[in-house]
Design a protein around this ligand. Structure first.
Ligand code: KIV
Length: 308
């Protein structure tokens, strides 16, 4: 789908609509769907997604929910934290992902300092994800200190997913990416935070890097769907960073991730073969090229002769 020449159809909206229609028919996934999954003990699949093409693949593959995560800053922009990501950039990504996956449950991740300063800021910035980005909900990294902000967003009809446990936007104050809630007192605080978020109106929780047992306690004691990230099997759903599960970044994936394909090696081989083909003049071959009709070529030669 990447060819640019002789491939006008993909760029035409009418054809795009046709392509979207050829995807397997699947109803829109809503918060109602996720709640029903929790009730019926059917797990929810979520992946991070940052672009249109990948969103199409994920929807076609039946992934329930896509998170336009601020890990974009790390895995796509090459920063060493999620902090430099901007709201405008993230909303643009959400728009693209929504175009690729109209029926997925789409979650927009609010960047650093777009919701921590004031509830008014949070509502305005979340609104951009909801209206421009066509998200189903937004995600914020919170604890009890931001309960008023979550309440204000919920009151403003913004569906909120509360991200608890390891909060990468707080990395400078945490001092490192480590499991949260390994000790009883710290674990209790996270349980209480989860309850407060639910009471403040959060429609879902995301637990990152907490022990399996703690994730199970929170999942079983809340009404809302709980998505786990590196938090064991007992959550209502799972989210994984795309680049980790497809082996895009090379090296070993984190222990919590199952790698399904090693794109790093496959893509390096493909890029190497391409570079060799070009330098050794094997690409483009005749079948990759468009020629002129013989008569038109003859005419061109005549015209060139005249104009010279
Ligand atoms: O931004 C992100 O991708 C996330 C996941 C790691 C949960 O928040």
């Amino acid at each position: 789908m990447s060819g640019r020449y002789e491939r006008a159809p993909l760029a035409k909206p009418v054809r795009l609509a046709y392509r979207v229609c050829t995807m397997p028919r699947r109803g829109k996934i809503t918060i109602g769907t996720l709640r029903a999954r929790k009730r019926e003990s059917q797990k929810i699949s979520m992946l991070t997604c940052y672009d249109y093409a990948t969103a199409r693949l994920m929807q076609e593959a039946g992934v329930d929910s896509l998170l336009v995560g601020d890990t974009y800053g790390e895995v796509c922009l090459g920063h060493n934290s999620t902090l430099p990501v901007t709201l405008d950039h993230m909303v643009t990504l959400a728009e693209a992902v929504r175009r690729g996956a109209p029926s997925a449950y789409l979650v927009g991740d609010m960047p650093y300092l777009t919701y921590q300063v004031s509830p008014e800021d949070a509502i305005r910035n979340a609104g951009a994800f909801m209206s421009r980005g066509q998200c189903d909900c937004i995600k914020v990294e919170v604890d009890r200190r931001l309960v008023k902000t979550v309440e204000a967003m919920a009151t403003a009809t913004i569906p909120v997913m509360a991200h608890l446990g390891l909060k990468p936007q707080s990395i400078r104050s945490l001092g490192g990416y480590r499991t949260q809630g390994k000790e009883a007192v710290e674990a209790l605080r996270i349980v209480e935070d989860a309850k407060m978020m639910e009471e403040a109106g959060a429609i879902a929780l995301l637990l990152e890097a907490v022990p399996v047992e703690l994730a199970q306690i929170i999942t079983e004691s809340t009404e809302v769907p709980v998505i786990g990230c590196a938090s064991g099997p007992y959550c209502d759903g799972q989210v994984v960073v795309l680049h980790d599960m497809v082996g895009y970044g090379g090296g070993h994936p984190p222990r919590s991730v199952k790698q399904y394909v090693n794109l790093y090696d496959q893509l390096i081989n493909a890029f190497r073969a391409y570079a060799q083909d070009v330098t050794e003049a094997r690409f483009p071959a005749e079948e990759n090229s468009v020629g002129m009709d013989a008569l038109e070529l003859e005419q061109l030669r005549v015209l060139l002769g005249k104009s010279v």
